[in-house]
Design a protein around this ligand. Structure first.
Ligand SMILES: Cc1cc2nc3c(=O)[nH]c(=O)nc-3n(C[C@H](O)[C@H](O)[C@H](O)COP(=O)(O)O)c2cc1C
Ligand SMILES: Nc1ncnc2c1ncn2[C@@H]1O[C@H](COP(=O)(O)OP(=O)(O)OP(=O)(O)O)[C@@H](O)[C@H]1O
Length: 189
């Protein structure tokens, strides 16, 4: 897997998934697995475009579930070919919808995979319908836990805050490195 931090990757064809993907939890895993299958069928590389730090961590100073290195390891183990890492900062968020769309055009995505609530661009002005004006978008169904509640990074952060490490681990789908996770948790709170 290649990691690109300059946002200059160019490809003639690809399948793309975009997101903060903090934790690379079970919902994210399904998203990436679906995109991986599609990329295999088309015989094109699978690209993940992600943000460092995750926008919610940047804006709200929330607990970070996975440092970039760990997110990258998890994406690699899911068979991603390229990861584009955008430095999410005050300069980046001035970029509007069109600038972002033209950037992702550089990798010519034949399909983009997202959940229904994906937003992008300055002030979160772009959504799935905006993406659909230029690209073929596949929206996956919300992935839920066994009690039927949608899995999200926010939910996992809340579980960690409450000290529900076992439940957090179940939603993550990765084993929580207990000592490290708890020490991060203690440092933040
Ligand atoms: C170019 C660009 C600009 C963005 N600007 C903002 C912003 O002004 N405010 C905001 O809350 N999020 C902003 N975001 C973050 C998005 O709202 C969203 O978190 C990001 O696209 C990842 O989607 P996800 O949260 O579904 O993973 C921006 C994203 C992009 C790509
Ligand atoms: N449980 C889920 N089922 C299906 N798609 C999901 C799920 N969680 C996130 N996604 C999708 O994955 C992409 C990245 O989402 P994101 O990284 O914002 O995850 P999140 O869990 O919603 O995070 P947060 O709770 O911090 O908002 C988006 O397209 C989103 O819709």
């Amino acid at each position: 897997m290649k990691v690109h931090t300059t946002r200059s990757l160019q490809l003639s064809k690809s399948v793309l998934a975009i997101g903060a993907l903090d934790g690379v939890h079970r919902g994210h895993q399904v998203l990436i697995q679906r995109a991986r299958s599609h990329a295999n069928k088309l015989g094109v590389p699978l690209v993940v475009y992600t943000f460092d730090p995750p926008p919610k961590v940047f804006f709200k100073n929330l607990l970070l579930l996975t440092p970039l290195s760990e997110k990258i390891n998890r994406l690699k183990s899911l068979g991603v070919d390229h990861v584009i890492v955008a430095s999410f900062d005050f300069n980046y968020i001035t970029r509007g919808v069109d600038a972002f769309l033209s950037e992702i055009s550089d990798i010519n995505p034949l399909a983009i995979y997202e959940g229904h609530d994906f937003k992008f661009g300055k002030n979160r002005e772009g959504d799935i319908n905006t993406l659909r004006e230029r690209f073929s978008v596949t929206v996956i169904e919300p992935v839920c836990c066994n009690t039927g509640i949608v899995i999200s990074s926010s939910r996992i952060r809340n579980l960690l805050v409450q000290g529900s490490f076992l439940q957090a681990e179940q939603l993550l789908g990765w084993s929580l490195p207990g000592t490290r996770a708890k020490s991060v948790f203690c440092m933040e709170f």
